[in-house]
Design a protein around this ligand. Structure first.
Ligand code: 5GP
Length: 205
């Protein structure tokens, strides 16, 4: 928080709520890199929600850092106990955000949710003040090129991901507050920071 923000808080006599930032994108849009750069730019004022998932860890992913990896029965118990702010099935696995993150905006400037569109819609319904940003790849051709260049999947799997990406883009375009095209990482980052800056100046906040 800079000096100007503090003065504004003093003048209003209130503690401002941080922003709940929903960040969604189809796979291949460069969301992970953008989220990492956003974390560096915002520093300590920013909290990333660590989701629960039933999918197995990939590569160097660590439990409690990248995700809380959990078995399906444990996830289902958490659903029954009402512990999730939102949850969804994505590519055959369950993913969910713990409800404690909704309160984290009291102590953080920004709370980032890197989740899919189904989850983003659920958070928006419960917290209409949340800000949703959908990251778009520069074009359909570029998205296809990025997905194919990973080289780890069969043609059929790439086609499936492309179809899912197109459906996700349609939904994101229809219901997200902001669309940011990731054709240049630095520009996309500047766009997201500008959105956060403008949102922090909202009268309601
Ligand atoms: P991945 O398995 O590649 O890490 O993530 C697959 C998709 O699940 C991504 O679109 C990611 O944003 C989404 N995702 C990750 N965590 C959550 C969550 O807690 N809730 C929802 N709804 N989606 C999530």
């Amino acid at each position: 928080m800079d000096e100007m923000d503090m003065r504004r808080d003093e003048m209003s006599g209130k503690k401002r709520q941080g922003t709940l930032l929903i960040l969604s994108a189809p796979s291949g849009a460069g969301k992970t890199t953008l989220a990492r750069r956003l974390g560096q730019a915002l520093g300590d004022g920013c909290l990333f929600s660590i989701s629960y998932t039933t999918r197995a860890p990939r590569g160097a992913e660590q439990n409690g850092v990248d995700y809380h990896f959990i078995e399906r029965p444990g996830f289902e118990s958490m659903i029954d106990a009402g512990e999730f702010l939102e949850w969804a099935e994505v590519h055959g696995n369950f993913y969910g955000t713990h409800r404690s993150y909704a309160d984290a905006a009291r102590d953080h400037e920004v709370v980032v949710f890197d989740i899919d569109v189904q989850g983003g819609e659920q958070i928006k319904r419960k917290h209409p003040e949340a800000v949703s940003v959908f990251i778009l790849p520069p074009s359909g051709e570029e998205l296809a090129r990025r997905l194919r260049s990973r080289g780890t999947e069969s043609d059929e799997a790439v086609e499936r991901r492309l179809l899912a990406a197109r459906q996700e883009i349609e939904r994101g375009e229809a219901c997200y507050d902001y669309l940011v095209v990731n054709d240049d990482l630095e520009r996309a980052l500047a766009d997201v920071l500008a959105i956060l800056r403008a949102e922090s100046c909202r009268r309601a906040r």
